[in-house]
Design a protein around this ligand. Structure first.
Ligand code: PMP
Length: 353
């Protein structure tokens, strides 16, 4: 190894799902929303004054912060926005997990958490979910350097009721607790209800799923002014202009259209429930997802073979080569037509085996 190579920071990166190209493919592998963003988003893009792009955007993305503060009934000093929730979460790891004690998150969860922890040199422990993939709240009642978990969890889709979230918060008054609510709009009550009670609670959400805007990269955090100030200070020490102008403008439009948001989320939830019934008939088992995906294993067909067979048909789902995950496929909820194509293929495939 050359001397200069010895000083390189080596990391094992997070691996995002494939973004295959093609006209006819059915893409159910990255939990994207199958419906377009709110109509106002397209209008805002068409009407954008590109002369404005000459200038740097507002580093605080204030228009978007204001729209979100209004929508969620919190102060403008309680909202932080970033380039997708991945950016917000990475900043939050860097800002709040600054202790010698281990940060706690479940063994089966969003696989980016251990990557950020390693990148930033943060010690961590991963308490095991129970055999049905539920979080054991008791595991989060020991000394730690912070807590993070998604709700609903990924890739299981399981939703933790707010009384259990609060149980974890009550046991962790002296560290920051982050609830990653990427999929909350398909699930149940949000931990946003708890932020006025717990000043150490940070709730992170995204425009990538329920707002159909994964391509724009918008995420946000809501918490006490003290948490938001700390997060902003770290962000300004790293990159002040994270949010580009088109994202800010289109993000505001998306937040304004509550009716469209409700309509598309409702449609996805209805398709998810129909998909559960159909998958059960086809011999699949799965945790009772409250997200826009289902983490399903078949009674006898190996997941990896199913994954390959589906891919040959241009139907993309997600397969994880990891302990506790390798017997399941994570299937994002698409349109009813896309899901019907999936079920039709599975039915034929399983019949032929
Ligand atoms: N949290 C969880 C649990 C996720 O599954 C994802 C999507 N990969 C994210 C955060 C990040 O989403 P985004 O950066 O698109 O907001």
């Amino acid at each position: 190894m050359k001397l200069w190579e010895e000083n390189i920071r080596r990391v094992v990166p997070y691996v995002p799902g494939d973004q295959p190209k093609g006209e006819r493919l059915i893409k159910l592998n990255t939990n994207e929303n199958p419906y377009p963003p709110a109509p106002g988003v397209a209008r805002a893009l068409a009407e954008m004054d590109t002369a404005q792009l000459r200038k740097y955007p507002d580093p605080g993305a204030f228009q978007l912060v204001r729209a979100l503060a209004k929508r969620y009934g919190v102060g403008e000093d309680q909202v932080f926005v970033g380039v997708g929730s991945d950016d917000v979460l990475a900043m939050a790891f860097l800002t709040f997990f600054n202790s010698d004690k281990p940060v706690l998150f479940p063994d089966v969860t969003y696989s980016f958490y251990p990557v950020w922890a390693s990148l930033f040199g943060i010690p961590y422990e991963t308490p095991a979910l129970d055999e049905d993939f539920f979080v054991r709240t008791g595991d989060y009642k020991k000394e730690n350097g912070g807590v993070i978990f998604p709700n609903p969890n990924a890739p299981t889709g399981l939703y933790m009721p707010l009384d259990q979230v609060e149980e974890i918060l009550r046991a962790n008054r002296d560290v920051v607790v982050i609830v990653d609510e990427a999929y909350i709009d398909f699930a149940g009550p949000s931990a946003l209800e708890l932020i006025s009670t717990y000043e150490n609670l940070l709730v992170v959400q995204t425009f990538s799923k329920s707002r159909s805007m994964a391509g724009l990269r918008i995420g946000f955090a809501v918490g006490s002014p003290a948490l938001i100030k700390a997060l902003s200070d770290v962000k300004y020490s790293y990159n002040s202009y994270t949010m580009n102008l088109p994202s800010i403008v289109m993000g505001v439009e998306a937040v304004k259209d509550e009716a469209y948001f409700c309509e598309t989320t409702k449609k996805i939830v209805a398709t998810r429930e129909r998909a559960k019934a159909r998958l059960r008939e086809l011999g699949f088992r799965f945790p009772d997802s409250r997200a826009n995906f289902i983490f399903a294993s078949h009674r006898w067909a190996p997941a990896q073979q199913l994954f390959e067979a589906l891919k040959n048909e241009q139907i993309y789902v997600r397969y994880f080569h990891a302990p506790r995950l390798e017997s399941s496929l994570r299937i994002s909820i698409g349109t009813d037509e896309e899901m019907d194509a999936l079920f039709h293929f599975l039915e034929e495939y399983l019949k032929g085996k």
